[in-house]
Design a protein around this ligand. Structure first.
Ligand SMILES: [Zn+2]
Length: 235
């Protein structure tokens, strides 16, 4: 057994734990969930805007409808006068009829406005219904994804939990100052502090060491580092 084999074994366990932590923190389901939640937020704001538009259009509709009611009341009054028999002057009768024609024309125009505004109300209602349906779909999807994230996170946590005692046992076999050096190197070098040296090739950075240097390290009892990546090399 090489003097630094324990260090290499510790590195192997730490690499597995790191990889599981990385996977746990970068779940595909989590990314999908964030996308779905942002889509829901966008729909919420579209829905709020559309509701405002709906209210405005509804108010226009009410306004036009009350204009028509008022006009109809005026017309009714004139018609009542016309047929009441109280007005007999032909000139006056003629002017009432003229006025009624004028009201009728006005009413046609306003009724066209009403149709237009009713169509635009219908349009926005359709849109609001579509938004609602889409939000329901997304909300279902969001719940499913949340479930997935919880489940997958728990699975990784369990695996990591099981590895930690093995890691501690392995770490306890290593001298404290060497362990401290290992920890700080790991921090510095993205998690990998120790690499195997196989056939003169550093497994940390995949650089081939000069044959003489590789031979020296292979027979050395000292702590050696890769001249390229600074990792502790274990032959
Ligand atoms: Zn290297």
């Amino acid at each position: 057994m090489q003097p630094h084999d324990n260090l290499l074994k510790l590195q192997e366990i730490d690499t597995i734990i790191d990889s599981k932590r990385h996977k746990k923190n970068n779940l595909e389901a989590q990314k999908e969930l964030e996308k779905v939640q942002s889509d829901i937020a966008k729909l919420d704001s579209l829905e709020a805007k559309s509701n405002d538009t709906y209210k405005q259009r509804k108010q226009s509709q009410d306004r036009i409808e009350s204009q028509i009611t008022m006009l109809e009341q005026k017309m009714k009054k004139e018609q009542d006068r016309l047929y009441s028999g109280k007005v007999s002057n032909p000139k006056e009768l003629g002017s009432i009829q003229e006025e009624l024609k004028h009201f009728e024309k006005n009413k046609d125009g306003i009724e066209n406005d009403l149709l237009e505004v009713m169509e635009s109300v219908q349009e926005i209602e359709d849109m609001l219904n579509k938004i609602k349906a889409r939000k329901e779909d997304l909300s279902k999807k969001s719940n499913e994804l949340e479930g997935k994230v919880v489940e997958q996170t728990a699975a990784y946590d369990k695996e990591i939990e099981e590895l930690l005692p093995k890691r501690d046992t392995q770490a306890s076999k290593i001298d404290k100052s060497l362990l401290a050096q290992y920890d700080s190197l790991r921090e510095e070098l993205g998690g990998v502090a120790v690499a195997a040296l196989i056939d003169g090739l550093c497994q940390g950075c995949h650089v081939q060491l000069p044959a003489q240097e590789a031979d020296r390290i292979a027979s050395s009892k000292e702590l050696n580092k890769c001249p390229n990546c600074e990792r502790i090399l274990v032959p």
